[in-house]
Design a protein around this ligand. Structure first.
Ligand SMILES: *[C@@H]1O[C@H](CO)[C@@H](O)[C@H](O)[C@H]1NC(C)=O
Ligand SMILES: *[C@@H]1O[C@H](CO)[C@@H](O)[C@H](O)[C@H]1NC(C)=O
Ligand SMILES: *[C@@H]1O[C@H](CO)[C@@H](O)[C@H](O)[C@H]1NC(C)=O
Ligand SMILES: *[C@@H]1O[C@H](CO)[C@@H](O)[C@H](O)[C@H]1NC(C)=O
Ligand SMILES: *[C@@H]1O[C@H](CO)[C@@H](O)[C@H](O)[C@H]1NC(C)=O
Ligand SMILES: *[C@@H]1O[C@H](CO)[C@@H](O)[C@H](O)[C@H]1NC(C)=O
Length: 469
């Protein structure tokens, strides 16, 4: 994969590293600027100072979202979008199929402004195939370019149930050269949808990110492209073809989540790849990620943590209580797991298979990543704690709390000394306000307290040569 689309922290120095297989590797190699503190009001971020960022660094005003939805679904999907949308700060539009019904008016100030999609009936009839909504989705690339151009560096196309992590998008995109032709997307988590559609396609619900020059070039040709591929019934596949026909290929990013899964995705969110979380999709198809809440409450709840620190969102840190032979695995802002055994990070980074594939009756192999089977072995089964609240202690520290979901219902792990963690009901995690140094390593943590009912962890940078095992 060509790496010249990535740029060094200094916007004037573009790096060309030939032969590196993956863009992610490059993220790991460069040491980026130390990021400034982030002070927080309730909803909106207030960056305290950004003294080290060059003035031309990509910021939130350079991103434009093109969300495509339907008036009917907006009644319940509105809460997903409003969970992350920042009124008058995030730019973009929601494209609806019909004029909003009276119960949606006056239009909520907390929603993206809406537009009615162009009438694509003629184009649809010419193609004589598929669903009108599919043509509307592809056509929206042309419409968002027409509606919003001024100072735009990146267009992000999403669905009406795509949850975006905007600060992380800004951070990640600021490392790419927006003046080049770039198409960033995520694969499906399940093998079958990739097999059926394409392994080179960005799955749209997870967010399709295109640089300004790419959109400018592709949108002019979008109607011709729709006519060129009348047999394609999937919008993402059509858009991929339109982009590919200009010689541009997919840059896959592990933080974009189509969530082509069913059931309980806690296993994946508790062992997220070491990449910034950029999006979550398909909330309607999944169990609520917080079982005590419904789906829209779950989205809002997750954003309580994300509104304060997106850089650590679902980033995994692991530490050990050597006296008790316990392992703590924390997915910041979402969950903490305690295992009654010492387990190395190399195993804990593999998601527990709590979920099912998108196509339920698929045959293995099911997923695009490694998984750990679930088991009833007390030495392999974690005690599960989920995010409850977040509080800023002062300008340098934040504390997140996690509470036990349910009793594990298993005896203690005898092989590791029979030390039960049943009594622990709450875990507090202290983390720095400052973003983690992006030196390619995850953060480390220490157990600062481990009493009968409460355990406290503190995140910190790992020491040189520190092993997590
Ligand atoms: C974003 O960067 C532009 C320069 O490209 C600057 O004019 C603008 O004030 C910045 N906006 C924010 C919100 O930082
Ligand atoms: C957004 O801006 C509009 C017009 O400038 C203003 O009327 C509205 O109150 C603002 N909304 C929020 C939530 O700040
Ligand atoms: C859309 O366009 C078609 C013809 O291309 C026309 O028949 C139809 O009335 C239009 N629909 C709307 C809602 O304007
Ligand atoms: C923030 O709070 C922690 C713990 O209470 C304390 O150790 C630290 O010194 C405080 N930092 C500042 C800048 O006040
Ligand atoms: C920890 O587990 C090992 C076996 O994995 C066992 O030999 C050791 O005694 C245990 N230590 C304690 C303090 O229970
Ligand atoms: C492990 O602990 C449980 C509960 O304290 C106890 O009933 C059991 O006998 C212990 N097992 C061993 C092998 O010590």
């Amino acid at each position: 994969m060509a790496s010249s689309i990535l740029k060094h922290s200094s916007p004037t120095i573009y790096t060309t590293l030939a032969g590196l297989a993956s863009i992610l590797i490059i993220f790991v190699i460069f040491s980026f600027l130390t990021q400034p503190n982030c002070l927080q009001t309730d909803i909106v971020h207030v960056r305290s100072r950004e003294p080290l960022l060059p003035p031309d660094t990509t910021n939130i005003s350079h991103l434009v979202f093109g969300l495509v939805g339907s008036t009917q679904a907006w009644h319940h999907r509105k809460s997903y979008i409003e969970s992350w949308w920042r009124p008058n700060i995030t730019r973009g539009y929601l494209y609806l199929d019909t004029t909003p019904t009276d119960d949606l008016l006056p239009w909520s100030q907390n929603s993206p402004p809406f537009r009615i999609s162009d009438n694509i009936t003629k184009l649809f009839l010419e193609r004589n195939n598929g669903e009108p909504v599919m043509v509307r989705l592809v056509h929206a690339v042309m419409e968002i370019f027409r509606d919003e151009k001024e100072g735009v560096r990146w267009y992000i196309m999403g669905d009406d149930d795509s949850i975006f992590f905007v600060d992380n998008l800004v951070d990640v995109l600021s490392k790419y050269d927006h003046t080049k032709y770039i198409y960033i997307g995520g694969h499906s988590e399940s093998i079958m949808p990739n097999e059926i559609l394409s392994y080179d396609m960005g799955f749209g619900g997870a967010g399709l990110i295109m640089s300004y020059p790419l959109v400018k070039m592709v949108q002019k040709n979008i109607e011709d492209c729709l006519r060129r591929y009348p047999k394609l019934n999937c919008a993402d596949q059509t858009l991929m073809s339109c982009v590919n026909d200009f010689g541009v290929a997919l840059t896959a990013h592990q933080g974009l989540h189509q969530l082509d899964l069913h059931g309980d995705v806690s296993g994946l969110l508790s062992s997220h790849p070491k990449a910034p979380l950029l999006s979550l999709h398909h909330f309607d198809q999944l169990d609520p990620i917080f079982p005590s809440m419904d789906r829209s409450e779950s989205a809002k709840h997750l954003m309580k943590a994300a509104n304060i620190d997106q850089s650590r969102m679902v980033q995994q840190t692991v530490c050990y209580d050597r006296q008790l032979n316990w392992t703590f695995s924390c997915s910041w802002g979402y969950s903490v797991h305690i295992y009654e055994k010492i387990i190395p990070r190399s195993i804990l980074k593999v998601p527990r298979e709590t979920f099912k594939p998108w196509i339920l009756d698929s045959k293995p192999p099911l997923f695009m990543f490694d998984t750990r089977p679930l088991s009833n072995d007390p030495c392999e089964t974690p005690h599960v704690f989920l995010f409850e609240s977040i509080k800023t202690i002062n300008a340098t520290e934040v504390i997140t709390s996690y509470v036990r979901v349910a009793s594990r219902g298993l005896p203690a792990c005898e092989l590791s000394g029979n030390h039960s963690a049943d009594l622990i009901s709450r875990i507090e995690v202290v983390s720095p306000m400052k973003k983690p140094t992006q030196d390619g390593k995850a953060e480390c943590s220490d157990i600062v307290e481990n009493k009968m009912e409460l355990a406290r962890l503190k995140l910190r940078e790992c020491m040189d040569d520190e092993l997590i095992a």
